[in-house]
Design a protein around this ligand. Sequence first.
Ligand code: SF4
Length: 373
Amino acid sequence: MEIELDYSSIEKRLGVTRRTFLKFCTGVAASLGLSSQSAIAMANAIADPKKRPPVIWLHGQECTGPTESLLRSEQPSMEHLILDLISLDYHQTLDAGAGHSVEHIKKQSMLENKGKYLLVIEGAIPIKDKGIYCKIAGETMLDLTLEAAEHAAAIVAFGSCASWGGVQSASPNPTGATGAPQVLKDKTVVTIPGCPPNPANFIGTVLYFVTYGKLPPIDAEGRPKWAYGRLVHENCYRRPHFDAGRFATEFGDDGHKKGYCLYKLGCKGPETYNNCPSLEYNNVGGNVWPIGVGHPCFGCSEKGVGFEKAMFNELSDVKTHTPPNMFPAIEVRESSSGISTGAAALTGVAIGAAVGATAMGARKLDQQEKDQS
Ligand code: SF4
């Protein structure tokens, strides 16, 4: 039976106005391809405290980027939503407590909520040498994942690392890092890849679960179809430049300043499924997403495109754009296949910063030209 919505309690609990709350539910329902009736069903589900599923959230090999991205969402404040929408019983980054007491709470919650809790996995799972390369509270991430997955109602792999191994699994992958679907072969794992993943894709998936008691339709990679059904290239605002053959060929060149297509700078938008062009990031508007700020898509949500191909194998092409002497402390060792992987991660960060600085410089120049005209 549909319950009467208590907006005053929702406003208090979630820290958002009634208008923002309903707008949010309608927006999520529309993103999921659902009707306005579904938006009401979602609003009812959120308003019903009994529908808050217990969540066990594990972290493996990663940078906590997915959690960080979730916490930085605004309007409505996603941290309010996530903390009130679900009962977050265990989260290694957000738990105020630590040690044996927290581990006890986790085991207790899994026991009391057998078959009811949502398991969220963030980070890669190393499986080489029985998983000894990532241990939490004396147990391997591999064992913890298998244990938590056994009685979970649903499993979500949040971020590229949890979805297939991410940057940790790039060759030569010394720890045997892999994703949750590869470890939990007999289970359905919904993947929300991205580096970082868009928090709205996670929230939409969880809202679907809370409302309908099941996870949304997924593609062959386990990704929710509503979020990963289209190529970045299909909805990219630079697409008219691609079709007209207008390309940036160097960071900071005339084409780059004019917002031309970034394909010749290595953009992987034509082979990457994600909804970045329509959702963007941080809810701030103003084109805040990689291509929007002048950087090519590197395919972070595609296995075999992002880290393996774009960041490592093709890094030697990108490095020519790094301004000389900008990062003298970083040694770049050449190998037969390009840059050695030991230095590549550091170099990637450096290049990312350099490229970002170059792009920012280009935008500033653009603005200066506008101001002067
Ligand atoms: S910038 Fe990338 S995604 Fe956008 S139109 Fe060009 S190739 Fe396609």
